[in-house]
Design a protein around this ligand. Structure first.
Ligand SMILES: Nc1ncnc2c1ncn2[C@@H]1O[C@H](COP(=O)(O)OP(=O)(O)O)[C@@H](O)[C@H]1O
Ligand SMILES: [Mg+2]
Length: 252
């Protein structure tokens, strides 16, 4: 088999998705190399979140195929895809505000299907893992706080810990730095680098160009439901089609 194909953890092949007459994705293709950190940029409304939703099973595609480690996941449900090893965050975080930070992690364990609904914290090691992950993202001291009382950036860190409990192979982050203070953005970038060194693959939608250019070896650019360019940050920056898509603004 083609070596390049084998190295792709995710292969999106000519997928389309319309909402009524609006074509959010049109013959969109994207390969994600195992072990890479790929940035996904593009103007608002270009289809980035829809592509995330398609990969993670939250939107059913109209045509095309999506493969994870060589197997089609185009018909799979979000929970199945999550359990296969594709973790994601949402543009607007989806934590449970009325549960404490640690209780949120408990939900993550149950979602993974390893916890037991009828015994709280069935396995001590799962609690330990939850605490380790809260420590990893730097919010251990808030473990007993209601998640709704966390700052916006802290909620994003909790959501990050939430998906890590399932030991994902690839993580899709939708605007992780949006609305987050600069110190926390640097902290988040370091955590991503650390996980990347451990072998995780990342696909990151982000408008913060400094964040993308510092972190991502590969950058893919979306425009009107399609990937119009892919390459290093420097390559896509000087690509005329990309500059056109942004109409000369926004990319810096
Ligand atoms: N559930 C939906 N129903 C109708 N239109 C949608 C829906 N989700 C996204 N869209 C439209 O699809 C296009 C792509 O949106 P989106 O993927 O959110 O873009 P991005 O994340 O790049 O800003 C936009 O025009 C958006 O309004
Ligand atoms: Mg979006």
């Amino acid at each position: 088999m083609d070596k390049e194909i084998q190295n792709n953890v995710i292969e999106v092949s000519t997928i389309s998705k319309a909402f009524g007459g609006l074509r959010a994705l049109e013959n969109c293709s994207l390969n994600i190399q195992a072990g890479s950190i790929t940035g996904l940029i593009g103007p608002n409304g270009s289809g980035k979140t829809t592509l995330f939703n398609a990969i993670t099973g939250y939107e059913r595609i109209d045509s095309g195929d999506i493969r994870f480690q060589g197997k089609s996941i185009a018909q799979s449900k979000p929970e199945q895809i999550f359990k296969l090893g594709i973790g994601r965050t949402f543009q607007l975080t989806r934590i449970f505000p009325k549960l404490t930070v640690l209780e949120n992690m408990h939900v993550a364990v149950q979602r993974q299907g390893k916890g037991n609904m009828f015994s709280s914290w069935s396995a001590a090691h799962e609690r330990r893992k939850a605490l380790e992950l809260l420590d990893f993202v730097g919010i251990t001291k808030h473990k007993d706080l209601l998640a709704g009382n966390l700052s916006y950036g802290q909620r994003k860190l909790l959501e990050f810990a939430f998906i890590l409990i399932a030991d994902p192979k690839i993580i899709l982050l939708d605007e992780p730095a949006g609305g987050v203070n600069p110190t926390m953005i640097l902290y988040l970038a370091d955590r991503i680098r650390e996980l990347h060194q451990q072998g995780l693959t990342f696909l990151i939608v982000e408008h913060n160009m400094e964040f993308v250019m510092n972190l991502c070896q590969q950058v893919a650019v979306m425009h009107q439901g399609n990937i119009i360019a892919q390459g290093t940050g420097a390559e896509v920056r000087s690509n005329p089609a990309v500059l056109d898509a942004y109409l000369g603004g926004g990319l810096e």
